[in-house]
Design a protein around this ligand. Structure first.
Ligand code: GRF
Length: 205
């Protein structure tokens, strides 16, 4: 197996439904890529257990026990590079990345956020959208830069906001679209047939 853009490192902290969607897309042949490693900062992440069950290489790297944030991140970088992954997919990874990390993998780190960015960055995006009263919500997969949820956008998908929505019902509707959006974005990035022009990501063809 060679290093490169078709090998994906997944970073997650929780249930891992986006990871599962990526796994299924690869298994079904919908996405021509492979998962090189699944890394979590939480030893008890359900997504990590699932990854191990499915036979993936996994790494649990908790912050606790590390002398510093930098030392923790160095271990994460080592796990990614040791797997030969060329793309890093953040899938519910609840830690901020340092500028050094972003620089190391620049243009090759993807994140998914449950809002139509640049609206509602940060935590509780779905509740923010409801509180604002928007009629259309959705999700965004973007390249990661040093800003919070602010890098160039790869894919967005929309859902309607219904009058009787709660943060839970809206989150569930958005999550279905997240799974499609992440696979679509990874198809673009793993194909290598895209380029970034300022804030705009252009896809060949
Ligand atoms: C998703 O809503 C994603 O947009 C956000 O964290 C959640 C992760 O869900 N960044 P899962 O662990 O992939 O199910």
């Amino acid at each position: 197996m060679s290093d490169g853009p078709k090998r994906i490192a997944i970073l997650l902290s929780g249930r891992g439904s986006n990871f599962a969607a990526i796994h299924e897309a690869i298994v079904s042949g919908e996405l021509d890529a492979e998962i090189a490693v699944v890394i979590s900062n939480r030893t008890d992440a359900a997504g990590l257990a699932r990854a191990a069950q499915w036979g993936y290489r996994t790494a649990a790297i908790p912050l606790r026990g590390q002398p510093s944030r930098e030392a923790h991140e160095a271990l994460v970088i080592e796990a990614i590079e040791g797997s030969g992954a060329g793309v890093v997919a953040l899938a519910g990874y609840m830690r901020l990345l340092s500028p050094g990390f972003v620089e190391r993998f620049r243009g090759r780190i993807l994140n998914i956020h449950p809002s139509l960015l640049p609206s509602f960055p940060g935590v509780d995006a779905q509740a923010q959208a409801l509180a604002w009263g928007v009629k259309v919500a959705g999700c965004t997969v973007h390249l990661v830069d040093e800003s919070l949820d602010g890098g160039p956008i790869l894919v967005q998908r929309t859902v309607p906001v219904l009058d009787d929505d709660t943060p839970e019902t809206l989150s569930a509707r958005i999550l279905d679209e997240e799974h499609r959006a992440y696979v679509e974005a990874l198809r673009i990035v793993t194909s290598g047939k895209y380029w970034v022009q300022g804030r705009r990501v252009r896809v060949e063809g």
